[in-house]
Design a protein around this ligand. Structure first.
Ligand code: FES
Ligand SMILES: [Fe+2]
Length: 440
């Protein structure tokens, strides 16, 4: 399945009646089983960062649904992926992350080389020689490819190449330099909502009016642009819309200082800007007040441009809009990539084992540094409950608070199924793509 180069913004993504077939997708164990069988085994999916596999012998275990994939950097420096199960009696070979010079099963100690070839069978004389033949007992491989510093896997050996699958996403996201960024923070937590419901909260900004009302002070959320590109989607605020109050607020006439500090505060809390840039704003806020003809957005874009220059990077090719807001790409099936010139937050949602009512969320916080330097991966932060951690920022906390309530809401006998409008177009497109997998 490839992404079409042609964007669609037409009304074909609107519902003509409640989408009754979609409602049960959020909680049905049968639908979860269908996804496990027909989606996750067939689709390219983001497994980890390349920085997590920095050196030869570094490994990461990627878990999706009831499957586990062992990713290892081999002695040829290439990353390979194996089904994470011993070929003797099925024991998981590895857990978590770490460093190895061979893949040795913790049960009866059979071992494989990093390239997947069989290294050793314990007491081979006790087996039928045909069953423990070196030529037959290589670890079972999955497809592995990388893009923008992320390692992707696909269990379908006949899948189209990753680049074909990503389609237009590649050029549009690389324009912001995502492929030149490094991961400065990685957080994982559990949300009490189905992975699709949680993912959908990040493919539209229509919900800002209800969920994030404080953002309307600096965000003109009207007339936002929503595009569908094959199975993927994109949305963005219109140029000039960040740093401008929403017309929904009527004759609200805030102080320019309030707009600037509210905007920078909310987005910096999500690490969508660097702390150094925020510090600059705090120093220069009086200067911004003394230039009433310069729009707030343009002022802050210039602060970011100057800070980038001071760090040895050139942002002159980017518009104010690219520097402030950028674009939010949702990549099928399960991650969203908000990115601006210099920063990206990759937000991924996976099913939480066999529970359709919760999901595992990761955020990879990315930043670009001078010389496009990649840095070693920081220690991952893992929270069984998102409430155990500070530092998500107000916007994410609002989403995380709403999602469990939403999850309970979709069970209601009074809810027939979603009714999608233009601004839900990426949600609608996502479900169409999902249908093409589960009904295949
Ligand atoms: S299950 Fe792995 S060696 Fe026996
Ligand atoms: Fe949100």
């Amino acid at each position: 399945m490839t992404a079409s180069a042609e964007a669609s913004t037409n009304s074909s993504y609107r519902s003509s009646s409640p989408e009754r077939d979609v409602k049960y997708r959020y909680f049905s164990p049968e639908f979860l089983a269908l996804e496990n069988e027909r989606l996750w085994t067939k689709v390219w999916q983001l497994a980890c960062r390349e920085e997590e596999l920095w050196s030869v012998g570094d490994y990461v275990v990627y878990t999706i649904a009831d499957q586990s994939i062992l990713l290892v950097r081999g002695s040829d420096n290439l990353v390979k992926g194996y089904h994470n199960a011993c070929l003797h009696r099925g024991m998981r070979l590895k857990e978590g992350v770490g460093h190895i010079d061979e893949i040795r099963c913790p049960s009866h100690a059979w071992a494989w080389n990093l390239d997947g070839s069989l290294k050793e069978v314990t007491d081979p004389f006790d087996f039928d020689p045909a069953t423990v033949d070196v030529a037959r007992l290589g670890l079972r491989e999955v497809r592995v490819d990388s893009w923008a510093g992320f390692v992707f896997v696909n269990m379908d050996v006949d899948a189209v190449p990753l680049r074909s699958f990503l389609g237009e996403v590649v050029a549009r996201v690389e324009r912001f330099g995502l492929d030149r960024m490094t991961c400065v923070k990685h957080r994982t937590t559990v949300l009490e909502a189905n992975w699709k419901l949680a993912h959908e909260a990040f493919v539209e900004t229509y919900h800002a009016v209800g969920t994030h009302p404080q953002t309307l002070r600096y965000l003109d959320d009207t007339d936002m642009n929503y595009e569908q590109h094959g199975v993927h989607g994109m949305h963005r605020v219109k140029p000039g819309g960040l740093g401008t109050p929403s017309p929904r607020l009527g004759d609200y006439d805030p102080d320019r200082r309030e707009i600037l500090l509210a905007m920078v505060g909310d987005l910096a809390e999500m690490d969508y800007y660097k702390q150094e840039e925020v510090d600059q704003v705090n120093v220069m806020v009086d200067a911004a007040m003394a230039m009433p003809d310069v729009p707030i957005g343009a002022f802050f874009a210039n602060v970011r441009r100057e800070q980038a220059k001071a760090e040895g990077m050139d942002f002159s090719e980017f518009s104010d809009h690219d520097i402030l807001a950028g674009e939010l790409w949702n990549v099928f099936p399960n991650f969203t990539a908000p990115c601006n010139a210099g920063n990206g937050n990759i937000i991924r949602f996976r099913p939480n084992g066999g529970d359709p009512e919760s999901c595992i969320m990761d955020i990879y916080y990315l930043q670009r540094f001078a010389g496009d330097e990649r840095r070693p991966m920081p220690e991952p932060e893992q929270y069984a409950n998102w409430r155990d951690a500070e530092g998500w920022g107000a916007v994410l906390r609002q989403d995380f608070t709403n999602l469990p309530i939403w999850q309970r809401g979709v069970h209601s006998l009074g809810f027939e199924g979603p009714i999608w409008g233009r601004q839900d177009g990426n949600v609608s497109n996502f479900h169409r793509a999902l249908t093409s997998y589960v009904e295949a």
